[in-house]
Design a protein around this ligand. Structure first.
Ligand SMILES: [Zn+2]
Length: 465
């Protein structure tokens, strides 16, 4: 692999391993200054950074997250998911690998047991627990439940207008709080991962308060650009969709605030490590498709929030290009565990560690992109093939909205890296060549707290006997 890939990063990672041992290792070897060494990873589905207060959004969508990270946290202004789809992106966060290396490319593909998962890379004393809310992250869909000490994937509520299942933020936080109170081993350091799904479409907070967000002038839109599951009957005011998307964010934020309050009760927050990100963004009314994700690698789809707070994390704002693959080295560095030098990411706690000339990668179906500085290259492959259909270049400083693609230009290390990734992709064009790796989701998990009415609904849909 050329300079952007494992070799150079590998050498850097070894050097960083030594550095970070010097900088952070001592204290953590003795469990931090007063430290618990606990780790909290929060991921929110479909959350755009630019719809959060800390990232400059004018509406008060995220007061709890802003409060938690504002003064003491580190804000990454230029963070990218590795994929505009849930499963590949989340698996990158949990493995530190690009999608073509962990090989989960679509929904309902099992992660191979040979691919190391974060919960298993942490040192032995760690207890690992996960609470997921999206049906594509259940154990049936991903096969990773047995790789955590505790995997709670009860997603027994049907989303409005569709057959997919989810769990609301309130129920997700309730489940975490119950487990923290009744089941957690207080003598072990904890790695806790919580995934919230609420901003994912169809938009509509489950508990309708008086709506917080509204607008004066409607913005009529072409409803044909909106996915069918997302359409609200008769609603062709684009800003109504934006209001509701923001409502979902604010609803999740309040529940994440409850989680943060509970986190503060199990130990000093600033002796722990708290990481916050999203699996991908969402189109509002930018390009071809509206109120959707997964189909392309435009900025609104692959830019995500990324926030850190805790021991060894310098507060402030960072312009560095960072990626979902950086979370594994960051967490392992905090835990004093060795980082596989072949992993492509960096320990984000150390501002000096992030190579200033690095490139980050993202994909979505047939599209691949590499971003370096303000330059962004895109390739479109024919599905299931190594044949390149389209090549584009954008200068994000000149054209941040990616409105005018320029011809492919400025060939160099990054473009060679991007092309080489395509060449060695085991599933060309991002489509799994072996369908046996896929797994059909047969049933959602039914919450033990489901009401008789909910069970009846599930029976009517054929999901439970
Ligand atoms: Zn998602």
């Amino acid at each position: 692999m050329p300079a952007m890939g494992g070799l150079r990063h590998g050498a850097l990672a070894i050097a960083l391993g030594v550095l970070s041992f010097g900088a952070f290792g001592c204290a953590e070897d003795e469990a931090g200054p007063a430290g618990s060494g606990h780790i909290l990873l929060v991921t929110v589905d479909t959350l755009r950074a630019d719809h959060m207060g800390l990232y400059g959004y004018a509406r008060a969508t995220t007061p709890q997250i802003d409060r938690f990270f504002g003064e003491r946290g580190r804000l990454f202004l230029r963070a990218y998911a590795t994929s505009a789809y849930t499963s590949p992106s989340v698996v990158s966060v949990l493995t530190g690998l690009l999608p073509q290396d962990h090989r989960v490319r679509l929904f309902l593909q099992l992660l191979g047991d040979e691919i190391p998962l974060l919960s298993e890379m942490l040192p032995a004393p760690y207890e690992s627990a996960a609470f997921v809310s999206n049906s594509v992250l259940t154990d049936e869909a991903m096969g990773i439940g047995h790789r955590f000490d505790h995997y709670d994937d009860f997603v027994g509520e049907r989303e409005a207008n569709r057959a997919a299942f989810e769990r609301t933020a309130r129920r997700t936080t309730d489940a975490v709080l119950r487990w923290l109170r009744d089941e957690r081993d207080p003598d072990r350091p904890l790695f806790l991962w919580v995934h919230y799904i609420d901003p994912h479409g169809p938009y509509g907070p489950p508990e309708e308060p008086p709506l917080r967000f509204s607008h004066d002038q409607p913005l009529p839109i072409d409803i044909a650009r909106v996915p069918v599951v997302q359409r609200r009957r008769g609603q062709d005011d684009g800003l109504d969709y934006v209001d509701r998307y923001d409502e979902e964010i604010a609803y999740a934020d309040a529940q994440i605030g409850r989680l943060f309050d509970a986190w503060a009760e199990i130990g000093p927050v600033d002796d722990s490590l708290v990481l916050f990100t999203a699996d991908h963004g969402e189109t509002l009314m930018e390009h071809e498709r509206w109120f959707d994700h997964g189909y392309h690698v435009y900025e609104e789809l692959v830019r995500v929030p990324l926030l850190l707070r805790g021991y060894g994390v310098p507060p402030g704002r960072s312009e560095a290009l960072v990626s979902g693959v950086d979370l594994v080295p960051t967490i392992l560095g905090f835990a004093g565990a060795p980082v596989d030098p072949a992993l492509p990411g960096f320990d984000l706690r150390d501002p000096e560690a992030i190579a200033s000339d690095r490139a980050v990668f993202a994909e979505a179906r047939r599209w691949r992109t590499a971003i370096q500085g303000d330059r962004k290259w895109m390739l479109e492959y024919r599905q299931g093939r190594r044949e390149i259909m389209d090549r584009r270049f954008y200068d994000l400083a000149r054209d941040p909205g990616e409105q005018s693609p320029e011809p492919w230009q400025q060939e160099g290390t990054t473009t060679r890296w991007l092309l080489e990734l395509g060449e060695r992709d085991p599933d060309p064009g991002g489509y799994p060549h072996d369908p046996r790796r896929g797994h059909k989701l047969e049933a959602p998990k039914i919450s033990p707290h489901a009401t008789p009415e909910q069970l009846e609904q599930l029976r009517a849909l054929g999901y439970v006997e």
